[in-house]
Design a protein around this ligand. Structure first.
Ligand code: FES
Ligand SMILES: [Fe+2]
Length: 393
């Protein structure tokens, strides 16, 4: 049963959110970008990845958080704890780990003078140690970064003392999604796209359905339009302190793509993973500041995706997309998963192309602002939260 279309329902639900034009300056100003480093990315919890990427002791990955000019080593210790460190050797500042991911062979060895560190970050060995002056190895471990895990998602916080716990920061998102079987769905595909666009321009363009029947007319078509209307509208919107979620229903009368019916026939897994925390067929969470979490009602088993928009410069970002599916039980289901990945990849490539065109248009300063309708409320809210956080000295 599809939700009925009601005009301007979200601003009625959230009257405190503005209705006027939204400034383009945050998406194009180099000064604004410089301030975002300290006020957004050095202050708030930032998703690094998932615990599934480092399933056993000594497994690690390195994440370059370019806007903050830091390299972060995320590693599972022999005590099973996931920790984050500055990927910097405490001796003379060399970059410690050069690989993007791997297995620590007992110790992380620095390439410069071979100081060696345990996966728990302790300094274990110093060549020619006697020749130093009162060297206290216990004070020369890797520099830790605040790190916490929620439902398998690893977050870090670069603040010396974070103002709130990860749980407090996630607030209503965590309440809604606690217990979601994320770990039953495995990472099947990652795409990284370098875009000539501000990180918020990319995120904004994903944070609505208004464009779907137009920009994605050949890849998505009318799969998400309302049954009684040619437009897409949300079936639900929730705004939290930092974050937001919108949801929508699939169109039961959608025109199937030629291969879609075939895929539905072959996708015949016996068991499936179902997410009872799903609000509707498709939920799209913005997890402040730069992450989106997408939950889908899949044919045989739900699946989820994450986006991370990594800021590089005011007009450059990397859009990282990750697809997680339940483990395939047979060839048919595996084929259907690949088909889904391909369909979404084509759709998202249309978006990536568009992000750069939008950035170019905004940077021309033809207009100082953007007008937004009711179905763009989560973009508007995101910009209000950004402004609120940027105003905090
Ligand atoms: S800088 Fe790493 S051992 Fe000297
Ligand atoms: Fe899109």
């Amino acid at each position: 049963m599809q939700t009925k279309m009601i005009d301007k329902q979200w601003s009625e639900k959230y009257p405190e959110v503005g209705k006027g034009p939204v400034s383009t300056e945050p998406n194009i100003s180099p000064e604004y970008f410089e301030l975002e480093r300290d006020r957004i990315f050095r202050r708030h919890w930032i998703n690094m990845g998932r615990v599934d990427e480092i399933p056993s002791a000594g497994k690690y990955f390195v994440r370059e958080l370019e806007i903050c000019k830091v390299s972060i080593l995320v590693v599972r210790g022999n005590d099973d704890k996931v920790r984050a460190f500055h990927n910097v050797c405490p001796h003379r500042g060399n970059t410690l780990v050069l690989d993007e991911r791997g297995q620590c062979p007992g110790r992380f060895g620095c390439g410069f003078h071979s100081w060696a560190f345990t996966p728990e970050g302790e300094l274990a060995h110093v060549p020619d140690e006697e020749n130093f002056f009162d060297l206290d190895k216990s004070k020369l471990g890797l520099t830790p970064i605040h790190c916490d895990v929620w439902e398998g998602f690893i977050f870090i916080n670069l603040a010396p003392e974070p103002a709130e716990t990860l749980r407090e920061f996630l607030g209503g998102v965590a309440t809604q999604l606690d217990g979601t079987p994320f770990s039953e769905m495995k990472l099947l595909k990652t795409y990284k796209v370098e875009e000539a666009a501000n990180w918020k321009t990319g995120l904004d363009a994903q944070n609505e359905l208004y464009h779907l029947p137009f920009q994605h007319r050949y890849t998505i078509g009318n799969a998400l339009v309302m049954k009684d209307n040619k437009f897409c509208r949300f079936s639900n919107v929730n705004l939290y302190n930092y974050h937001s979620v919108w949801s929508c229903e699939y169109n039961p009368n959608a025109t199937q793509l030629p291969t879609e019916a075939v895929m539905q026939r072959v996708d015949n897994a016996l068991t499936d993973v179902r997410v009872k925390q799903r609000i509707s067929d498709f939920d799209w969470y913005l997890i402040f500041p730069n992450m989106a979490l997408l939950l889908f009602n899949g044919v045989s088993g739900d699946f989820f995706m994450t986006y991370n928009f990594w800021p590089i410069a005011v007009d450059k970002c990397v859009w990282e997309m990750r697809y997680h599916f339940p483990p395939a039980e047979n060839v048919g289901q595996r084929l259907a998963q690949e088909w889904t990945i391909g369909r979404l990849r084509d759709t998202l490539m249309e978006d990536a192309f568009q992000h750069e065109k939008i950035q170019k248009g905004l940077a021309a300063r033809a207009r100082p602002d953007m007008v937004m309708q009711d179905e763009e409320i989560t973009i508007r809210y995101f910009h209000e939260v950004i402004e609120r956080e940027m105003a905090r000295a």
